[in-house]
Design a protein around this ligand. Structure first.
Ligand code: FAD
Length: 445
């Protein structure tokens, strides 16, 4: 007689009765992965090192601008549109036009976290806050559990499949090495401890993300306290969602400004309008499309005399550094060499944006469940913008000549690539038909 040493739980996992997916990082990528994995029957736990979900999404807000419209509609057509629909429903400003960015939707960055938290709760997703993954237990090339520090103690959290959605911002050492030091951003490393990469802890050598010869990039926007602006600016912001204020010549020629604009990671905002003007967007806060700006200079602009920063607190001197490295992965978002590890969002390479995080998060969540069901992992076809983006950003990350670029549907090189390759569509019905013709309708539903 042959005895097989296998637990009841392992049998249940093998026959697909229990599938436990552990997601490290509760930004947009982690939340999207959780939605799809739980919809497909997995028990899902998100480990989040801070006290809130959404990570850098707490200080963002711009959706559906340029190629992001196509990507969102493709995801809806593929049956993975829940978060896009939820965000649309909670975007007080819709179809607003910014310089070089058409038809943007702006969500309320103050209210959105509560909305997503309640939605995940309804789906039965367990979110463990102030739970920072600090180490990994491996058996061969498989992750068995992760070690989590939650204030007072360390615990092991086991799972069947894992998703690295830890983003790329922080720890403080990166902001010191590649930026101007800790600017006290929303990631709040001094309080909650810096980001720890799940892939790196699993022994994976991450690829440095280098574009234009430089590692990483500085976050491209600051938030101002709305009430610290003049009544006229606040009233226009509330009415139109966007305010454009020219920067006076005496400040524009200042070398500090040229220098600070060079450091921006968001190449989609290199349009001259973002250099010549202070562009404010109403996200509940007044989002300023500049990586940072010396406060004493900002206060010389009419309407900004009493202005204060809301994020980062030290917006006078710098902002968070992101996109330093990412794990090698395939276009199914499986991390190379670890059997049950996927990656999403900024951790999937030089992918900038909420839309980009939700698209990759959804695919990672779907494929984590496919793996546990012993089914084929999904690759989104290259003919769709989302599939093409995933493979294109992978190629950029692998470039050995250090010429890789950061990718976003919303502008710069990848948006141009979308247009020249007929991937950019603005008609939702046409997008649905294209998705159907490729046999992808509701594939992730
Ligand atoms: C200031 C700013 C403004 C932006 N504005 C926009 C915008 O308007 N529109 C847009 O589309 N994009 C915007 N972006 C970019 C966008 O926010 C991100 O690209 C996207 O949201 C990244 O999502 P993510 O889930 O991959 O990573 P993150 O948002 O970085 O989330 C990662 C999460 O993982 C957690 N984490 C990290 N390590 C651990 C660990 N070891 N254990 C547990 N948890 C961990 C972090 O606390 C964090 O919550 C902005 C970014 C910044 C910084």
């Amino acid at each position: 007689m042959v005895f097989i040493n296998i637990s009841v739980r392992e049998i249940k996992v093998l026959i697909g009765v229990i599938m436990k997916v552990v997601i490290v990082g509760g930004g947009w990528a982690g939340c999207a992965a959780a939605v799809i994995a739980s919809k497909h029957g997995a028990e899902v736990t998100i480990l989040e090192r801070t006290d809130m979900l959404l990570g850098t999404g707490l200080v963002g807000g711009i959706m559906r601008n340029n190629g992001r419209f196509t990507a969102a509609e493709e995801m809806i057509a593929m049956g993975a549109g829940e978060l896009f629909i939820l965000i649309d429903q909670n975007s007080p400003f819709q179809n607003i036009n910014l310089p070089a960015h058409k038809n943007a939707y702006i969500y309320n960055a103050i209210k959105i976290e509560d909305i997503v938290r309640s939605y995940l709760q309804k789906l039965g997703v367990v979110v463990k806050y102030q739970s920072r993954m600090i180490d990994v237990n491996l058996s061969g090339s498989q992750i068995i559990s992760v070690k989590v520090n939650n204030c007072s103690s360390d615990n092991d959290i086991s799972g069947d499949a894992f998703i690295d959605a830890t983003g790329s911002g922080g720890p403080m050492a990166n902001c010191r090495k590649y930026g101007n030091g800790c600017a006290m951003c929303i990631l709040r490393c001094p309080t909650f401890g810096g980001r720890v990469s799940l892939s790196e802890k699993s022994g994976i050598k991450e690829i440095p993300l280098i574009s234009s010869g430089e590692i990483g990039g500085m976050s491209g926007s600051c938030k101002l306290v709305k009430d610290s602006l003049s009544k006229e600016i606040v009233s226009e912001l509330n009415k139109k969602g966007v305010v454009i204020v020219p920067i006076p010549e005496k400040l524009k020629n200042n070398s500090n400004i040229t220098q600070l604009l060079k450091s921006k990671s968001c190449q989609q905002y290199t349009h001259p309008a973002y250099k010549d003007n202070i562009i404010l967007i109403n996200t509940g806060m007044a989002k300023m499309m500049m990586p940072y700006f010396p406060l004493h200079m900002l206060r010389q602009i009419r309407g900004f005399e009493n202005v204060r920063y809301e994020d980062p607190y030290a917006g006078s001197v710098g902002n968070s550094i992101r996109y330093v490295s990412a794990p090698p992965r395939d276009n199914k978002l499986k991390v190379r060499d670890i059997y049950n590890l996927f990656c999403a969002g900024e951790k999937a390479g030089a992918c900038i944006g909420h839309t980009e995080a939700i698209c990759t998060g959804s695919l990672a969540g779907y494929n984590a469940v496919q793996l546990l069901r012993n089914e084929n992992l999904l690759t989104i076809p290259d003919k769709l913008a989302v599939g093409n983006f995933i493979s294109y950003s992978n190629e950029q990350m692998q470039k050995s000549d250090k010429s890789g670029i950061k990718c976003t549907f919303s502008g710069s090189v990848y948006f141009e690539h979308m247009k020249t390759n007929e991937l950019y569509l603005t008609d939702a019905e046409m997008i649905r038909k294209k998705v159907a013709a490729l046999g992808m309708s509701n594939i992730m539903k």
